[in-house]
Ligand binder design. Structure first.
Ligand code: UDP
Ligand code: MG
Length: 153
């Protein structure tokens, strides 16, 4: 099964939406393999948002991501990377489809509720960035046989 990284951004904690967003992943049938609250730093954000270095909004984005602690989640499921990206919706909440997390909870291009890894390769790097190996748990959900068909497992 795939694992992917989700960050509940400062706006999500400030708006008291943590429970609602985590509930969406649980209800979908995805497994929480790791969860922790963290205060982000300039160093980790330089790495995490390295692809955006040089953009006009880079510093504002980093400041906003450091304004309040975040919650990091490691989410597991078959093709979890794509499933979670589809659940997150388009980056700009104003253009995100209703029914997606961003489309239901935000109207901003930056204060957009969640980060979600964009590929399996990024997910592997990002999970290591935010979690120590012993913070990822490999228990078996008791309802697994009802979440997936036998030929999918
Ligand atoms: N972002 C922004 N302005 C932009 C594009 C992105 O503030 O014009 C922020 C936004 O919070 C986004 C994050 O930078 O979630 C990372 O950008 P990316 O293009 O990786 O989008 P994502 O993968 O989060 O959809
Ligand atoms: Mg991205």
């Amino acid at each position: 099964m795939e694992k992917t990284l989700v960050l509940l951004k400062p706006c999500t904690l400030q708006r008291a939406l943590v429970g609602e967003i985590i509930t969406r992943f649980e209800r979908r049938g995805l497994r929480i393999a790791g969860i922790k609250m963290m205060q982000l730093t300039d160093e980790i954000l330089d790495e995490h948002y390295g692809h955006l270095k040089g953009k006009s909004f880079f510093q504002i984005l980093k400041d906003s991501m450091m304004s309040t602690p975040i919650i990091a989640l490691c989410i597991e499921g078959i093709e979890a990377v794509q499933t979670v990206r589809l659940m997150a919706g388009a980056t700009n909440g104003r253009y995100a489809n209703p029914g997606t997390i961003r489309g239901d909870y935000c109207v901003s291009n930056q204060q957009n509720i969640v980060h979600a890894s964009d590929s399996l390769e990024s997910a592997e790097v990002e999970i290591k960035r935010f979690f120590k190996p012993e913070e990822i748990f490999d228990y078996t959900p008791s309802n697994l046989a009802y979440m997936y068909a036998l030929d999918e497992l």
